[in-house]
Design a protein around this ligand. Structure first.
Ligand code: ADP
Ligand code: MG
Length: 730
């Protein structure tokens, strides 16, 4: 329920201090207490059943109905012992949030006796009423059949909301025909593809490797503001960002917020949140202020990517819920405040083997280092060949305000590897010749070893402006938006690297079949990769105009807006790539393209309506009052005999205010007519592009006048909480 600015300020000032009960228990004593971990499963299953389960999971096989029944019984027993009454299939549809449909364990048996029931069927598959989730045409609405299917790789957990406990079962969401309708299904398929491809290559170095998992450690940035301010800003409520608002006199120029003391109220929230996270097995560790005022960051220890994605989605839910308890609101939008740093979600990514090796970690022996270089160089090559897909994976209406807007990071995808590794790659490129002699090969391997220190972390001087940076033992994809589900970015990265590793392996195998020694075949192929992908490497300042020019010369794409960036999803190259690795069929990929375009259109439309509403309901009335005050002032002064020549300031002010008012109105008219034109376009893509090119720029035009009016109109008339009130109040 919206409040006015003055009520919001009053509410804010009268907030009682949030009291927290002191919690002195060790984190380890309650960590994952609400998660059905493998250990718990073990204690609830028979030895026999657990053995079958472990084997099935290790081999990546499908869980039989019989075993599912046993697991369901175990889950139910655990959940009911913990006071749970309902269960839900928890999934991540393409709307961008999580979804759930609750059912109770309670039912009536045939003869009418009340019982609690939960069997394998209920665990394995459900049919939520799915007609309202986006499907991009994959599932005709009349059919309305989407299914949630249990993901046994991600553990079930208990959510405790408002004193009621629900068992949540992580699931994928698919259509009747098996097409992916969510973020998770393609992610899981990409993880399988990467596992297969990377295991094949890792076995060149260690024949005991049986599985490779992608690892993900996200860093979640967010703004935290008072709830009352939020409810007094209809724009924040409807679109997650402020469409108007003049920068405060004190912005982030002083950069005194970063690593400053965390305000007490925020601290109380963080402590509360972390405890909830820990109970749910989300291993959050670091908390600190970010660059902008009222901006913060939360990061966990990294985990297997599928689980890390679930944990990030769960975290975002928790953050929202816990914040409200503290009369705070979390803003996940990438750019809630103009002129103030935006928020991202760095995705730290690597690959780990079941033998405990981080494949992007430099090793202690020449052999390990060759392995490191192999995965390192192949990742660079994959990014080089498919940078357009990575760009598409992070494209969103809200992220457009951040990418390419002269702040971290740019829309041009490039890779930063640091001075050291640049030299190593140069050395390999210049020294490996086609007919590499065995001695030369050994020399080079030793040289490489000498060049690569065990711990690289401190040697990669961290270039904060790069969208894709190597940071010691992992790549950090920094262009992912703070509000995004990490799954899309991770799915693309896994897919392109899997594809590249497959290609690499088939070439190396061919050299070996032709009689070449393994290491020299590997070095030869690495050299080819380095040569053909060095274009994507960039060590300088990614925000500079010079880089934009240089990148253009190199032929690197610089796509600043979402509708265009999304084209890459349905390029011939992408369609065949995703299809060949069984990640997504052409149909699924096209549906996704359509859904993302529709989402873009909806977002722009919402903001356009919102701007209309704010202008007519709030901004203009305030400005007209100010205008009337000025006119009355001038009129009475002149009537009282003040010479006109002494009324210049008032006249000038009146003209300024009146001019801005009329400008606002005329731009708004244009905005509305352009918007109508947009919707007359034939295809979704054309509508999106028209809105992007012709309507969105008008948002900024209107804003510049409204923000000036905020300066000229008397403070007491101004209806919306100002930036200084939203951002600097503690
Ligand atoms: P930054 O300097 O970018 O803020 P942090 O140390 O805060 O870096 O974050 C690093 C993140 O990278 C953490 O979430 C951490 O868990 C993650 N990380 C570390 N090693 C790996 C790895 N092998 N795979 C994936 N993520 C990793
Ligand atoms: Mg980071």
């Amino acid at each position: 329920m919206p409040t006015s600015r003055s009520t919001a300020l009053q509410l804010f000032q009268s907030r009682p201090k949030m009291q927290r009960e002191r919690e002195n228990r060790k984190i380890s004593s309650y960590y994952a207490q609400n998660v059905f971990t493998t250990d718990k499963l073990k204690s609830y299953l028979s030895n026999e059943a657990f053995k079958v389960y472990s084997q099935t999971i290790a081999e990546g096989k499908k869980i039989s109905r019989e075993l599912a029944d046993q697991i369901a019984a175990a889950l139910k027993a655990w959940a009911m012992e913990n006071g749970t009454t309902h269960y839900t299939h928890w999934f991540q549809p393409l709307t961008g949030t999580t979804a759930e449909k609750h059912d109770s364990f309670f039912t009536l048996s045939g003869n009418g006796t009340p019982v609690e029931k939960f069997d394998g069927d209920a665990l394995v598959q459900q049919e939520p009423d799915a007609s309202s989730f986006p499907s991009g045409g994959l599932r005709a609405t009349f059919e309305a059949r989407g299914y949630t299917a249990w993901d046994p790789m991600s553990p079930a957990f208990i959510m405790d909301i408002a004193g009621s406990k629900t068992l949540c079962i992580p699931t994928v969401f698919i259509s009747y025909t098996g097409d992916a309708l969510d973020h998770k299904a393609p992610l899981i398929r990409s993880l399988e593809a990467l596992d297969k491809a990377a295991t094949g290559v890792a076995r060149y170095f260690d024949r005991f490797v049986n599985k490779v998992s992608a690892t993900l450690g996200w860093e979640q940035e967010y703004f935290l503001i008072d709830k009352a301010m939020y409810y007094a800003r209809p724009d924040l409520m409807a679109s997650g960002r402020t469409v108007f608002g003049r920068g405060p006199a004190k912005g982030q120029q002083l950069e005194d917020h970063y690593f400053g003391a965390i305000p007490e109220r925020v601290f109380a929230y963080m402590v509360d949140l972390e405890m909830e996270c820990h109970k749910l097995g989300i291993p959050v560790r670091t908390r600190h202020n970010e660059v902008a005022p009222s901006q913060f960051e939360l990061a966990p220890m990294f985990e297997e990517a599928n689980i890390a994605v679930d944990h990030n989605s769960l975290l975002m839910d928790l953050m929202d819920r816990v914040a409200r308890r503290h009369n705070l609101i979390v803003l996940f939008h990438e750019k809630p405040f103009a002129g103030i740093n935006g928020s991202g979600k760095h995705n730290n990514w690597s690959m780990g083997t079941d033998t405990g090796t981080n494949l992007l970690g430099p090793g202690k022996t020449p052999r390990n280092n060759l392995q490191f270089l192999t995965f390192f160089v192949n990742t660079i090559k994959a990014v080089h060949d498919h940078s357009d897909l990575l760009r598409a994976a992070i494209a969103a209406e809200s992220n457009d305000y951040r990418l390419g807007a002269n702040e971290a990071p740019p829309a041009i995808i490039s890779v930063f590897i640091g001075e050291y590794l640049t030299k190593v790659l140069e050395a390999i490129e210049s020294r490996v010749e086609n007919d590499l002699a065995e001695d030369a090969e050994n020399d080079l391997k030793l040289d490489i070893h000498k060049m690569i220190p065990d711990v690289m972390m401190d040697n990669t001087d961290r270039n904060r402006t790069s969208p894709f940076a190597f940071t010691g033992n992992k790549f950090e994809f920094r262009a992912v938006g703070s509000s995004a589900n990490c799954a899309d970015a991770m799915m693309v990265l896994n897919t392109i690297v899997a594809n590249q590793l497959n290609d690499f392996k088939s070439k190396v195998d061919k050299h070996i079949a032709d009689g070449e020694k393994k290491d020299s075949a590997i070095l030869k192929e690495l050299r080819a990769c380095i040569k053909s992908s060095k274009n994507i490497l960039f060590e300088g300042d990614n925000y500079s105009d010079a880089w934009a020019k240089e990148a253009a010369k190199r032929g690197l794409p610089n796509i600043k807006t979402t509708p265009q960036a999304l084209d890459a999803l349905v390029s011939k190259k992408a369609l065949s790539l995703f299809d060949s690795l069984n990640i997504m069929s052409k149909r699924e990929q096209e549906a996704r393209h359509e859904i993302y375009l529709e989402k873009y259109i909806k977002k722009v439309d919402i903001e356009a309506s919102l701007i209309n509403e704010l202008v007519f309901n709030q901004i203009l009335p305030a400005c007209l009052r100010a205008q009337t005050d000025l006119m009355t002032n001038i009129k009475t002064a002149i009537e009282a005999g003040v010479p006109k020549t002494q009324m210049k300031t008032q006249q000038q002010l009146l003209t300024t205010v009146s001019t801005h008012i009329s400008e606002v109105y005329s731009i708004l008219e244009k905005l509305n007519s352009e918007r109508e034109k947009a919707h007359q376009k034939k295809t979704t893509r054309e509508v999106a592009i028209y809105l992007c090119d012709k309507v969105k720029p008008l948002f900024l035009d209107i804003r510049s006048h409204v923000d000036d009016l905020e300066l000229y109109v008397e403070d007491k008339y101004w209806p919306l909480p100002k930036y200084r009130e939203i951002l600097f109040h503690r």
